[in-house]
Ligand binder design. Structure first.
Ligand code: BG6
Length: 487
């Protein structure tokens, strides 16, 4: 892969929550490890009143608060802050771009823009950048979600961006793709020979993808209330995980080959018809309860008003192609759940015939568990014989074959997902960014579900905070004789 690093960065939304928690600590991490191009400057832009000096203080405070423990107190902070500049900008005011362009200066050495702002500002921002010459051949743009709230709005944003930037200079972020364990799905599937022959409807009974969070609304009422779990998590992160699990082997590790295969999977998702929506989807909203020992309020109480926004969703999905015919993909995500856990559980088919049955030996189908967070491991549950003379029958037990990535790679630094993505943006590698056709296929599938909810007047069922969601979510899999993997 040929690297083509830029000499400058422009960070819109530079005083926002994402910048403080993720972007600044990530850029710092890259700087501290000598990975940022020499001389790269980073200009923050936002509405807040700052000059260069006060923005450096702001950035320093963010680093003090949000740097990971293994980075805290490092000495490179001073030299990192010297890279930082700031410009006041009101994206809705076309007049404010000229002075921004002046501040950024010559971009012939390359400019990477990161746009992390309200989606309503995307179009004026792009138009403004274009007008003042900040969208030329040497400029690439990173776009943070949400990229719209349905297919139509996402197309509108994509069209506005495409009017100025060609696709090969657009970097749409899904931060799940920056996670080491998510990239590890590729290594697991395509770096080993033994999974592939059974990685299909003949070998696999069902796939479960869970992203459970313990946090609630946090400080994001304005956004979350209008988004809900389906748009916030399923439309992007979960469908990307599904695509990585279900895609055909790409011929190369590059942006075209990998994204071609992912897009094919997303386009193969069976559209859920309005009349089947109540059977194959479940929505929920958290009520009062206790999470990790602390009493927490209901969603409505946090919000300060009643709401019909879902904070939990479970879906039975199908990928309609040869490889996956008849294999359900159960997706589940929610806030205020019993534990923070992102995991993919792949349940293989039972053996065709058990020779142990006559001797009392019980078999469980094998299961592959890919734990993405908080721990990082891959576990294969295999049947083994309990030691003994078997006089009362053969005792078989499921035993995990453990690949602890935390332990195996204990010496390697764990990086924030954005470190990888920001570096790829700076160097111009699109492999881990989402292409337009993927996003639009994602929305097409999601919109059909929302239409089904509307047609059936489906409202979220409440679930106690600290649980695994409404009981209907359990019924969704149990009906098929499948149990959610909750250990
Ligand atoms: C974001 C969602 O995209 O992902 C949040 O908007 C969610 O609602 C977050 O909390 C989860 O990310 P992670 O990396 O903590 O699993």
């Amino acid at each position: 892969m040929q690297r083509n690093p830029v000499g400058k960065m422009l960070l819109f939304g530079a005083t926002g929550d994402l910048a403080q928690r993720m972007l600044l600590p990530s850029l710092y991490g890259l700087h501290a490890d000598g990975l940022l191009p020499e001389g790269l400057t980073i200009t923050g832009a936002a509405r807040a009143d700052h000059d260069d000096a006060s923005y450096r203080d702001f950035a320093k405070a963010a680093l003090d608060q949000f740097l990971p423990d293994d980075r805290a107190g490092e000495e490179a902070v001073g030299s990192f802050l010297e890279r930082m500049f700031y410009h006041n900008v009101d994206l809705s005011d076309p007049g404010s771009f000229a002075s921004l362009a002046e501040k950024v200066g010559d971009v012939s050495g390359g400019l990477a823009i990161f746009l992390s702002t309200a989606p309503s500002l995307f179009e004026p921002a792009i138009a403004g950048l274009h007008k003042v010459g900040l969208a030329g051949d040497t400029v690439r743009i990173g776009l943070e979600k949400p990229l719209g709230y349905d297919l139509a709005s996402s197309k509108e944003i994509n069209d506005a961006v495409a009017a100025v930037f060609p696709e090969n200079r657009i970097f749409r972020i899904d931060h799940y793709l920056g996670k080491e364990t998510v990239q590890n799905i590729l290594a697991l599937r395509f770096g080993n020979s033994f999974f592939e022959p059974v990685w299909n409807a003949r070998g696999i009974d069902n796939v479960q993808i869970t992203i459970a969070e313990t946090v609630g609304l946090e400080e994001r009422a304005g956004y979350y209330e209008s988004a809900g779990a389906l748009r916030d998590m399923v439309a992007n992160h979960m469908l990307q995980l599904l695509a990585l699990i279900a895609m055909e082997p790409p011929s190369h590790y590059d942006g075209t080959a990998i994204r071609d295969e992912k897009a094919k999977v997303i386009r193969s998702l069976r559209a859920i018809k309005p009349e089947e929506t109540p059977q194959v989807t479940v929505t929920g909203q958290y009520a009062d309860g206790a999470v990790k020992g602390a009493i927490v309020k209901s969603y409505g109480d946090e919000l300060g008003k009643p709401s019909t926004t879902e904070t939990f969703v479970a879906i039975k999905a199908h990928v309609d192609n040869w490889r996956w015919q008849g294999v359900p993909f159960y997706l589940r995500t929610g806030k205020r759940m019993a534990a923070r856990r992102s995991e993919i559980a792949i349940q293989f088919k039972a053996v065709p015939h058990s020779m142990f049955a006559g001797r009392g030996g019980l078999l469980q189908p094998n299961m592959l568990i890919i734990r993405l967070q908080p721990e990082e491991y891959v576990q294969l549950l295999v049947m083994a014989k309990e030691p003994g003379l078997d006089r009362e029958g053969v005792r078989l037990r499921e035993v995990p074959l453990n690949l602890s990535l935390d332990a195996a790679f204990a010496g390697s630094r764990r990086r924030i997902a954005y470190e990888r993505l920001l570096l790829d943006l700076i160097e111009g590698d699109q492999t881990l960014f989402v292409r337009r056709d993927e996003i639009e296929a994602q929305w097409t599938w999601i919109d059909a579900i929302r239409a089904g909810w509307a047609a059936n007047d489906m409202k979220p069922k409440t679930y106690p905070s600290g649980s695994w969601g409404p009981s209907a979510a359990i019924a969704l899999t149990e009906r098929d004789g499948v149990t959610w993997q909750d250990d």
